[in-house]
Design a binder for this molecule. Structure first.
Ligand SMILES: [Zn+2]
Length: 515
């Protein structure tokens, strides 16, 4: 197709990471986080502090910078990780996208912003359903580029339905904007006549999330190999870690390679990277610190200021993986053990935040955590506390994955519980940004122990305070525990590493490639 002077490019998205074990995500969750239609998508993408994640702003900015185009906003729904999406809302969103995209035709290209690990209450691969729907509407000749979180569970349908499949390459996710820009570059190329060919290989490895860091480790080596093999023929290499807690048949470490024209080149490289992942398989097992050892280390750094301060990651209660952000195991243990000079955040408890706000700064109260219990892990607990600070929870992310984004945490309070100061929020969010403590007037640099309810994104926000050797991943119960053998799986492919013994894998020639 000839490149028109001002190509019309449709923009749409559906972005959520779903934990099968967490409560259902409703339409209200999307409406309160990011739900946009039509020009509203473009306006938010171009604003100084967008509400949406940075892929679409990066895409729009790169399209703006690379020549004339006409953006056509369709619909975009995005929210925090949660349980499966209520199916009726997904059907409604699909209908909205179909209606608005059909009305916008003809378009010259489509950009899809997707997380890639969605579920609905009735569908294990809604991302694939959406991609195939979009392909059906625009037809085979219109280029489609999609960006995906590296925690995507990749289905054959997802890869077969799009031309350029572009996954994040950093975890913490600090390259979202760059991947959006890469999608724009791919669309410009495809408008110029390039017809990419891709290959997908999925391994029988469902990595616990803590083994998927990209600074170093078995997964980082796969990504590095892919980037070393970039060449004029290879358009993109996406090594995708997957998201185990989706408990879906598509879960697993996968490799998607997109070549500019040569399908064999895509297949060969996908196999080489998959073989490295398989060779690394013994390293996709978590190594966590026991809670007893965590308490000892927190007491020690409290006593001895010559020791470096420590960050304790409550990886099993990570709102960024569907956790509720409200388990009390570490709070209770630290408080009762007499840990001093500690911060803990962010604890999701709207009732407690409201009570603290009502009582005001300086008030003493018996803080009742989890009076409205949300999961079996969210046990009620009470302890004497003092209200140290209250805010309205409106802030702009300072560092890491939320940098530059406008965030609304609802009424927030800092409560001093013995030697632990707890930041309580009213909207569930992963503790990935130091601003969540700083907006309460708390000084992270003076704390000896900082507990973060986060699996790994805190590393991108708190790296000013804590190097990798100052981070302690604690083994606790929770909806996002990396100890996958503690869950009852129903839909995961089996046998898989790290759950089963005797898992085998052979690359099969030819059966994993897509035109
Ligand atoms: Zn992710």
């Amino acid at each position: 197709m000839p490149n028109r002077p001002s190509p019309r490019v449709a923009i749409l998205g559906f972005s959520i990471e779903c934990n099968k074990f967490a409560p259902v995500a409703t339409k209200a969750h999307f409406l309160s986080r990011t739900y946009l239609e039509g020009d509203g998508i473009i306006e938010d993408a171009r604003s100084a502090t967008p509400r949406m994640l940075p892929e679409t702003p990066g895409f729009v900015a790169a399209m703006d910078a690379s020549g004339a185009w006409t953006p056509v906003g369709v619909a975009l729904a995005m929210t925090e990780p949660n349980g499966p999406v209520e199916h009726a809302f997904f059907v409604e969103l699909l209908g909205t996208i179909e209606r608005r995209l059909a009305a916008a035709l003809p378009v010259n290209a489509v950009y899809i912003c997707s997380h890639g690990a969605a579920l609905t209450t009735e569908e294990d691969d809604p991302d694939g359903v959406l991609f195939a729907k979009v392909r059906g509407i625009v037809g085979l000749d219109i280029p489609i580029a999609a960006t995906l979180d590296l925690h995507a569970n990749v289905s054959e349908r997802m890869v077969a339905s799009v031309d350029a499949f572009i996954g994040y390459r950093t975890n913490p996710h600090l390259d979202m904007r760059e991947r959006g820009a890469e999608a724009a570059a791919a669309i410009r190329e495809m408008l110029g006549g390039v017809k990419p060919q891709s290959a997908l290989i999925r391994l029988p490895i469902v990595p616990p999330t803590v083994t998927l860091l990209t600074a170093a480790g078995p997964y980082a080596e796969m990504i590095e190999l892919g980037q070393r093999r970039m060449s004029p023929e290879i358009m993109n290499v996406s090594a995708m870690g997957g998201f185990a807690f989706a408990d879906a048949p598509e879960c697993g470490l996968s490799v998607v390679v997109t070549a500019r024209r040569d399908k064999r080149a895509a297949e060969t490289l996908a196999r080489e990277i998959a073989e490295l992942g398989w060779a690394n398989r013994a390293r996709f097992y978590p190594r966590l610190t026991s809670v007893d050892e965590a308490v000892e280390r927190a007491l020690a750094v409290g006593r001895n200021r010559s020791l470096p301060a420590l960050a304790f990651a409550d990886v099993a209660d990570n709102p960024g993986g569907g956790g509720r952000g409200n388990t009390v195991f570490l709070l209770r243990t630290f408080y009762e053990a007499g840990v001093t000079n500690a911060l803990l955040g962010v604890f999701y408890d709207p009732d407690l935040a409201a009570e603290a706000e009502r009582r005001g700064i300086g008030a003493h109260l018996e803080a009742q955590f989890n009076r409205a219990e949300t999961t079996a892990f969210s046990e009620p607990y009470s302890a004497p506390a003092t209200v140290a600070a209250v805010t309205d929870g409106i802030c702009v992310g300072r560092r890491g994955i939320y940098a530059g984004m406008r965030l609304e945490l609802g009424p927030c309070a800092a409560l001093t519980v013995g030697g632990v100061t707890v930041v309580v929020v009213s909207h569930r969010v992963q503790c990935a940004d130091p601003v969540f403590f700083e907006m309460m007037g708390l000084d992270i640099g003076r704390a000896r122990s900082v507990v973060v309810k986060s699996r790994g994104h805190f590393r991108g926000g708190f790296d000013e305070f804590f190097g990798p050797e100052q981070i302690v991943e604690v083994d606790l119960p929770g909806l996002t525990s990396p100890m996958l053998n503690r869950f009852t799986w129903t839909r995961l492919p089996r046998p898989v590493i790290p759950l089963d013994e005797g898992v085998d894998w052979q690359p099969l020639p030819g059966d994993t490639a897509y035109a």
